[in-house]
Write a protein that binds this ligand. Structure first.
Ligand SMILES: *[C@@H]1O[C@H](CO)[C@@H](O)[C@H](O)[C@H]1NC(C)=O
Ligand SMILES: *[C@@H]1O[C@H](CO)[C@@H](O)[C@H](O)[C@H]1NC(C)=O
Ligand SMILES: *[C@@H]1O[C@H](CO)[C@@H](O)[C@H](O)[C@H]1NC(C)=O
Ligand SMILES: *[C@@H]1O[C@H](CO)[C@@H](O)[C@H](O)[C@H]1NC(C)=O
Ligand SMILES: *[C@@H]1O[C@H](CO)[C@@H](O)[C@H](O)[C@H]1NC(C)=O
Ligand SMILES: *[C@@H]1O[C@H](CO)[C@@H](O)[C@H](O)[C@H]1NC(C)=O
Ligand SMILES: *[C@@H]1O[C@H](CO)[C@@H](O)[C@H](O)[C@H]1NC(C)=O
Ligand SMILES: *[C@@H]1O[C@H](CO)[C@@H](O)[C@H](O)[C@H]1NC(C)=O
Ligand SMILES: *[C@@H]1O[C@H](CO)[C@@H](O)[C@H](O)[C@H]1NC(C)=O
Ligand SMILES: *[C@@H]1O[C@H](CO)[C@@H](O)[C@H](O)[C@H]1NC(C)=O
Length: 323
């Protein structure tokens, strides 16, 4: 129950301590604003980053050297958030992810430019960057995955600063995965238009033809001068093949393959009834500008291809041609 005396007391208190009340109100507003700006907004910004995803549309690995490579990666960043902040340039780690497990280190670090994140999507382009290959095991594992798997998952991680209007700069972490197609073990590899020349001088190619190499991925890759080892079940190694300046582009690739084979062993490995000889092909070396490229050699030596050569047909074509 309030008495007139109490009311007067309250009024007098308010009149005398109005500044204290104002201070409390202002402080509350300030604390709420600060919480919004320094706690809620960074959380909203980070959660916007967390909700984003990316998709790689172009990938080029060119001019390989044992310890560096010229790399291009063009990606689309999808952002469901209505915010359109700007991210500072940052060094992004690219990791191979196998069965949801990250590799032990990134296979490369790629410098990403400043990104203006647009809704719903924006481009993130990093072109012709010569990146050092510090983690030999990681780049080898990545190349093996690219060559042998149907799908390859990678992660892109990094820390950068986000700018949005007049808000304070916000530090954010990026850690997102994407999946693209690999070369799937070069499934569909074939050799066509094979020409056999038994009178070729020793040490020069006696079996040449077109190697058909499908590349279902988005990658363009310089593999250099590639040599392959040819074997049959009956004799083991029967020769080798060379593909000079092998560059795989996305889609179907047709390249000249020159082989030096032991004719006797190849003919004797032929299945007499079908006229077919099954040749196992294993990568042996990749040399670019005179240097062995170990991460390609390791990956190629794990990619076994099996080729059924209709030798009867090849021999028949030859005698027809020489008639
Ligand atoms: C963003 O994702 C990271 C890792 O998944 C998580 O630890 C963090 O809490 C997320 N942040 C927000 C604001 O959603
Ligand atoms: C990934 O997991 C699948 C199924 O569990 C397994 O068959 C496959 O070998 C694993 N791959 C690697 C590279 O560990
Ligand atoms: C993204 O790149 C593609 C192709 O390079 C181009 O057509 C498109 O306009 C670019 N988009 C933006 C938002 O820069
Ligand atoms: C990377 O490759 C591109 C395309 O061939 C070339 O134009 C560029 O000069 C190369 N960059 C470096 C630094 O070697
Ligand atoms: C690769 O991805 C495609 C498309 O997402 C899917 O259909 C296919 O089953 C995947 N293959 C493997 C081996 O996971
Ligand atoms: C990225 O996230 C994955 C799983 O969410 C985690 O295992 C990994 O440690 C994170 N990496 C970095 C560099 O943040
Ligand atoms: C390879 O090419 C030959 C000749 O064109 C064809 O007869 C054969 O079916 C092809 N093999 C495969 C596995 O595609
Ligand atoms: C391929 O075989 C020939 C004949 O045996 C040999 O002289 C040559 O050195 C071999 N080439 C490679 C790259 O192994
Ligand atoms: C593969 O190439 C290496 C050189 O890079 C050579 O020493 C080795 O003998 C080759 N292997 C076979 C089986 O020819
Ligand atoms: C491949 O070998 C040829 C002949 O030896 C050479 O001229 C060429 O430069 C080599 N290519 C590469 C990419 O090293």
């Amino acid at each position: 129950m309030s008495t007139p005396g109490f009311k007067r007391k309250v009024n007098r208190h308010c009149a005398r301590f109005w500044w204290a009340h104002l201070l409390v109100v202002c402080s509350s507003i300030l604390i709420i604003s600060l919480c919004l700006v320094y706690v809620a907004v960074p959380n909203i910004a980070q959660s916007g980053i967390n909700d984003s995803s990316f998709e790689v549309s172009d990938l080029k690995f060119i001019n390989p050297a044992p310890n560096s490579i010229n790399l291009t990666q063009i990606a689309t960043l999808y952002s469901p958030s209505r915010f359109t902040p700007t991210l500072d340039p940052f060094s992004a780690g690219l990791w191979l992810v196998t069965n949801k497990t990250y590799g032990t280190a990134p296979f490369v670090y790629l410098d990403l430019p400043q990104i203006h994140v647009l809704h719903p999507k924006s481009n993130v382009t990093s072109e012709n960057q010569v990146v050092p290959l510090l983690n030999t095991n990681e780049i080898t594992d990545y190349v093996i995955a690219m060559l042998t798997q149907e799908n390859v998952t990678i992660a892109l991680t990094g820390t950068t600063k986000l700018h949005e209007g007049k808000l304070p700069v916000i530090s954010i972490n990026y850690n997102s995965t994407t999946t693209y197609k690999g070369l799937n073990g070069l499934k569909g590899f074939n050799a066509t238009d094979l020409k056999f020349n038994p009178s070729a001088p020793t040490g020069t190619p006696n079996l040449v033809g077109n190697a058909f190499i499908p590349n279902p991925s988005i990658i363009t890759v310089h593999l250099g001068n590639v040599t392959l080892i040819l074997s049959t079940a009956k004799y083991g190694v029967v020769g080798n093949a060379t593909i000079n300046d092998l560059t795989l582009y996305p889609g179907d690739n047709n390249v000249l393959m020159s082989s030096i084979v032991d004719q006797t062993k190849v003919v004797e490995s032929m299945d007499a009834s079908s006229g077919i000889v099954t040749v196992e092909i294993l990568g042996n070396s990749s040399v670019y500008n005179g240097k062995h490229i170990p991460y390609y050699e390791k990956a190629l030596s794990r990619t076994a291809l099996s080729l059924d050569i209709n030798l009867k047909q090849v021999l028949a074509d030859r005698s027809k041609a020489s008639m």
